[in-house]
Design a protein around this ligand. Structure first.
Ligand SMILES: NC(=O)c1ccc[n+]([C@@H]2O[C@H](COP(=O)([O-])OP(=O)(O)OC[C@H]3O[C@@H](n4cnc5c(N)ncnc54)[C@H](O)[C@@H]3O)[C@@H](O)[C@H]2O)c1
Length: 426
């Protein structure tokens, strides 16, 4: 497995690359344009884990003329596992040869260099900015899992790449999947057409149990251990507020017409998951975000076993209330998403719309909101880690860069648990 230039060098060079990339229409982009209409579109998957395998299957269901032709992962065993799952589920659409299977840190570059038209980015969030940049520069359409970065340096890079995608007429469909849930969309439409009056406050709950842990093996380097257990390291996942609660924060942003808040303050910590397997992330966060018009969002997330679980979005308005995931309006204008209305899987729906957009030329670019939602979560995390009130401008201009010095199968620093009042905002 090879090493590559450090992410710092990548990010430092990124502005120049965007400017140059904007002037050049790559061969890939030409192919992407010609592959519209009813031609067969070839798809490559980067990040062959749970979500990546699922996304590959969702993509293949989008229309009849699709093939999955390339796979890339940091680890060969993950790639093999994915091959078995996807090949069984998509039948003849599985057309991946051994030559088109790539492993290691540079696997994404090798996959992007093949003749795929569409790339599915499903690695841990840390790698998203560099992999998205490479895909768009090479002229590929992209499905981009959430979150899109773990720090503000990464968010700014993805914002630039999203602008480049627009210039090159390339797709970026975000894996913030609730935006593709028809019941959620209908509920949002009700709210935006005044069913609950003016929004006064929003409560976002993502209260769940714990997620997987993949153990440790003696022959793994610390880098391999952390990458295999990426959820528990902020440089890889962003912490669970960024990795998971982003789904809720994205709905708050959507409710606020994708306008960012003015500031936030929060508290959080690590009360139950205090031992070594859980890395250095927190197990609970509670944040109050405030918008310039006075609307507040109270956002709660917890990953603890044996506690009350609740995942939903509660919107309080001058004429009523909404429960978004229950697709329900209460108050003056009672409403429910009709029982006989369509309820396709949102995971299938995002790919249906992605490929329909390529075929019709009505290209989708979710770049800006996926960056804002990611930054909303990072801002909340930093408010809790530091104990400070943080403004959107501070968050957007933060110089934080959580990258390791280099990508190698060797030691990597294990960060300390953040201590409010002591940990500094960078
Ligand atoms: N939208 C959703 O509902 C949803 C659900 C689950 C996960 N996700 C997101 O999908 C992404 C993947 O999550 P997952 O649950 O599939 O995790 P996972 O660990 O099962 O899969 C990630 C895969 O990426 C590989 N990988 C790691 N670094 C890589 C690199 N630099 N290059 C190539 N491959 C690399 C890993 O080996 C692994 O196979 C995350 O961003 C997560 O937040 C989204």
């Amino acid at each position: 497995m090879s090493t590559q230039a450090s992410r710092r060098e990548f990010l430092a060079n990124s502005t120049a690359a965007v400017t140059a990339g904007a002037l050049v229409t790559g061969l890939g982009a030409n192919r992407a344009v010609h592959a519209a209409g009813s031609d067969t579109l070839k798809v490559g998957l980067i990040g062959c884990g749970g979500r990546g395998s699922g996304a590959a299957v969702n993509a293949m269901r989008a229309d009849d003329n699709l093939q999955i032709t390339a796979l890339a992962d940091a680890f060969p065993d993950r790639l093999e596992h994915c091959k078995n799952i996807v090949s069984k589920q998509v039948g003849k659409k599985y057309q991946v040869t051994d030559e088109n299977c790539f492993v290691g840190f540079d696997a994404y570059k090798d996959l992007i260099a093949t003749d795929v038209d569409v790339v599915l980015l499903c690695t841990p969030p840390h790698f998203r900015p560099m992999q998205l940049r490479a895909a768009i520069e090479a002229g590929k359409h992209v499905f981009c899992e959430k979150p899109v970065a773990v720090d503000a340096t990464g968010v700014r890079s993805v914002l630039e790449t999203a602008r480049l995608a627009k210039e090159k007429n390339l797709t970026i469909v975000s894996g913030l999947c609730w935006r593709y849930d028809l019941g959620v969309r209908a509920t949002m439409d009700q709210i935006k057409s005044g069913a609950i009056g003016d929004i006064a406050a929003i409560q976002e709950n993502y209260l769940t149990g714990t997620l997987w842990h993949r153990g440790r093996k003696d022959d793994w380097s610390e880098m391999e251990y952390q990458m295999r257990n990426w959820l528990y390291f902020t440089w890889l996942s962003g912490d669970h507020i960024v990795e998971q609660h982003i789904h809720s924060l994205d709905k708050a942003l959507w409710l606020m017409d994708d306008q960012p808040p003015a500031s936030c303050v929060g508290l959080g910590g690590r009360q139950v998951r205090t031992d070594e397997p859980w890395g250095h992330i927190y197990d609970h966060f509670a944040i109050c975000y405030e918008w310039a018009n006075g609307v507040k969002t109270f956002a709660y997330t917890r990953q603890m076993a044996g506690c009350h679980n609740d995942v939903d979005d509660y919107v309080l308005g001058s004429k009523g209330r909404a429960k978004i995931l229950k697709h329900r309006i209460e108050g003056e204008n009672e409403w429910r998403y009709p029982k006989d209305a369509p309820k396709p899987s949102m995971y299938d729906q995002e790919h249906k719309e992605l490929f329909a957009g390529i075929r019709s030329g009505d290209i989708i670019n979710n770049g800006e909101y996926m960056c804002y939602s990611t930054l909303l979560a990072i801002m909340g995390r930093e408010a809790c880690y530091t104990g400070k009130s943080i403004t959107w401008e501070q968050a957007m201009n933060s110089q934080q860069d959580l990258s390791p010095e280099s990508y190698q199968w060797s030691d990597v620093a294990e960060p300390k648990v953040a201590m409010p009042g002591k940990t500094k905002f960078v």
